[in-house]
Ligand binder design. Structure first.
Ligand code: SDX
Length: 429
């Protein structure tokens, strides 16, 4: 709920004083409302939207200095400890945690939508077997709008509701299919007798030849917690992409596909895959010092470190590290890459270069080590991130459509050529 603060910002410009309203939310900084200042003479200028609130939202709150992350008011560590992913999905979508009846109904509803139209199997065949699974996911999720015509009217809340369920239910199936296809194994159909995380791991690792395949409950719980830690994160680049695409009235499947594409970048959701590649390149603890020198000369970035908002520990990284310890201990794995990651973290947290720049481990630093322990191939790490973030993306898409909105259309500071007349070919240099 925004309310206009009694405070005002005053812009003094060309001898004029322009009063700018200041709006206050529930938590976090107030905002200076510049939307009515739009004049033909001045725009605000904020490349990368470092200091720009693009919308009003009730879904997630982040305090980067204090390392706080709340979903509908609930701290992420409490949700990761006491809830499961579908409870968090319900919370993000509806604003409250489900009671036992609502929880059972929601889980049943999702389980009845986990299968995809069988024709979609053919869609995968258009990809080479060595396609990156994220490339497959961009294509296949966008293609869902070709199969589900009864949920594309963005103005109909009922359509939004069924589309949200379809996306949450089908994204694990499509993610597992993208893995099976690129690894040359037959697709496994979803099973309604398994919970969300178990079902995903079953579709990933079971084969028709192994009819008694059982999902390890330790891995299923770790998978569910990784889903929770990636579910939503305010107006990050991929969520802002989904909102921007949604502001044109594009159908929700196309918007989520746009979010998947944006997430793929190594500065964003692609970082978890990049962390494992970085640990592989460093190899051993003896090489850490030399690697850190390359970071300081900006030849490379310390992947999994730093964040646009968190200038303190990413609260998800703390839970991820604890989960990492639990999973490796439960599986009796002594992963040298974890030892290497701990040494990288120890050095970074004591090195002035990182301290001055407030660079701390983010959600991606430890997730890759857990995913590897679960048996997920590195190329699937960002697919897992996209799977989990789908509920966040569609929650923001629904929130945007629940109130009047305008098409997102930023302006620019133009520094190109002044107007000039056409240069005939003979006069061109
Ligand atoms: C995610 O926004 C979200 O919420 C995203 C996310 C989500 O859940 O949706 O949290 C998920 O994307 C997490 C971030 C994953 N990315 C990485 O781990 C890639 C490595 N991190 C960097 O690329 C970087 O930290 C960003 C992109 C995450 C943030 O970049 P900023 O805020 O634009 O930081 P910056 O470039 O302004 O950096 C400030 C300084 C610079 O040095 P100086 O110019 O001041 O000398 O810190 C340096 C940067 O060079 N720096 C790093 C660094 N990150 C920033 N130096 C080395 N290694 C790094 N990782």
């Amino acid at each position: 709920m925004t309310n206009e603060s009694s405070k005002k910002a005053v812009l003094s410009l060309d001898g004029k004083q322009i009063d700018l309203p200041i709006l206050s939310g529930t938590l976090g900084p107030d905002v200076i409302d510049v939307k009515d200042v739009l004049t033909s003479e001045y725009f605000t200028f904020d490349p990368g939207f470092m200091a720009t609130a693009s919308c009003e939202s009730k879904i997630t709150f982040i305090d980067g200095d204090k390392g706080i992350l709340l979903h509908r008011g609930y701290p992420i560590d409490q949700l990761a400890e006491q809830a499961n992913y579908l409870e968090v999905a319900y919370l993000l979508l509806k604003g409250e945690l489900p009671n036992s009846t609502q929880k059972a109904e929601f889980e049943h509803l999702v389980s009845t939508h986990t299968m995809v139209h069988d024709q979609l199997r053919k869609f995968f065949e258009g990809f080479r077997r060595d396609a990156h699974p994220m490339a497959v996911m961009c294509g296949v999720v966008g293609a869902l709008s070709a199969f589900y015509h009864d949920g594309l009217d963005v103005s109909d809340p009922k359509h939004g509701e069924i589309t949200a369920i379809r996306l949450i239910a089908k994204i694990p199936t499509l993610a597992a299919m993208s893995y099976k296809y690129t690894s040359g194994q037959p697709f496994m159909y979803p099973r309604n007798d398994l919970n969300y995380a178990e079902n995903f791991l079953y579709m990933m690792f079971a084969t028709p030849a192994d009819v008694d395949y059982k999902v390890n409950p330790v891995l299923a719980k770790a998978m569910d917690r990784i889903f929770i830690l990636h579910a939503d994160h305010e107006q990050n680049a991929s969520t802002s992409t989904v909102r921007m695409a949604g502001s044109t009235g594009a159908n929700p499947y196309a918007c989520i596909a746009a979010g998947i594409a944006a997430l793929w970048g190594p500065a964003h959701g692609g970082a978890n895959e990049a962390v494992l590649k970085m640990l592989d390149e460093i190899g051993t603890v003896e090489n850490v010092a030399a690697f850190m020198e390359k970071v300081k000369t900006k030849e490379v970035k310390l992947m999994g470190f730093g964040h646009r908002v968190y200038k303190n520990f990413d609260p998800r990284a703390k839970v991820m590290k604890q989960t990492c310890d639990e999973v490796l201990a439960a599986l009796g794995i002594n992963d040298p890459q974890l030892t290497l990651a701990l040494e990288l973290e120890r050095i970074a947290l004591s090195d002035p270069y990182f301290i001055e720049r407030k660079l701390y481990p983010n959600v991606d630093f430890y997730s890759g080590i857990i995913l590897k322990a679960i048996g997920i191939p590195t190329s699937m790490f960002t697919v897992i991130f996209a799977l989990a973030r789908t509920v966040g993306w569609i929650s923001h898409w629904l929130e945007m459509h629940s109130a009047p909105y305008k098409i997102a259309r930023p302006r620019q500071l133009y520094t190109g050529s002044p107007q000039r007349d056409f240069t005939p070919e003979k006069d061109r240099k």
